[in-house]
Design a protein around this ligand. Sequence first.
Ligand code: CTP
Length: 406
Amino acid sequence: METAGASSLLGKHVVLGVTGGIAAYKAVEVVSRLRKKGAHVHVIMTRGAQNFVTELTFREMSDEPVITDMWAKVTHYHVEHIALAKLADVVLVAPATANFLAKAACGMADDMLMTTLLATKAPIFVAPAMNTAMYENAMTQENLERLRAHGFHVVEPASGQLACGTSGAGRLPEPIELVAVLEQFFESKRDLVGRKVLVTAGGTHEPLDPVRYLGNRSTGKMGFAVAEAAAQRGADVVLVAGPVGLETPAGVRRVDVLTAQEMHDAVLAEYATADAVIKAAAVADYRPKERAGQKIKKKDGSLLLELVRNPDILKELGEKKQQQVLVGFAAETERVIEYAAGKLEKKNLDFIVANDVSRKDAGFSADTNCVTILGRDGTHTEHPLMSKRALADIILDRVAGALPKG
Ligand code: CTP
């Protein structure tokens, strides 16, 4: 027997959006399970959903009014059509049809569910459920990617036998799993709620001509891990990412850039309102002086390239520092601590994460890292080899401790 008192969902207001797919019937069990955990469940049904399950079923299960029509006379929620958007601690759309995902990716507001999604500041989870071919269609995948980039949490569909007779990815996860996703979300440390965390990740590409560039081996894994961890801890995360092949972590707003100059501009545009900046990106210090308009053709003899300096983004942030907690990374191949301490001082940082990138298990493409964190206050902590995701939480523990209380 489950006890409500043990759950992180106790007392939470969950807005459950139900869209018109055959899996809508499973949403009934989601309501029941959420209620057993002590949550208040407010159901919004789209017109399509009403073809599969009746409003009455959800009303009985949730013991709350069910919203089916944006234009109906409002009797329970005081005044505005955004009342539920304000009340929500979390929004879950399950099942989320391909049509719903397409509308959400465009920011449409043509019914009560779409309006609520646009108006809410609560975290939004969507659980796609549809035929495999529709799920795998590039347009659906692009819509999901766009939703992720806007901070939506996408619950991956399960694979198996589908109602349409085919088999593959597209099945709505079991209600018990959907409830577990929300429960875990509320269980995680939430010490960065209300804080804006700006993260940079990946390397930069400095073009020589339309087909060539100078770059480095950064994969972005460390920065993406920090962005994911910060979002899970409740921060409003902006991830300025160089050209990397990684998926946007859930709950993160991503800004893609190519060059150091573009990264500079994107970071500075977000800096004034940031509470913390974690600069994990490997920024190119130099760029080719000339960028040829056409592909450079080979000639006899050697080719001499002239490089000019790129802005040192972190140094500029250090000079303009106000309330922000600033964290830099120092990727070194020798005299790691000495060089890192120099950068901490020169760039006016609060912390610097120093790592020896000549190690195989701590370099750019590894999933693990082994670092020393140096603090402005003279602290010097060594961290053994661990996953980049675990290290991300250690870095954020330091950031959270250094943020002004508020
Ligand atoms: N950094 C930056 N802008 C640059 C170069 C570096 O913002 N043009 C940031 C990196 O994101 C990192 C820190 O500064 O957080 C240190 O980067 P690193 O490449 O180790 O040091 P540099 O300052 O470039 O010094 P050097 O290359 O001489 O070691």
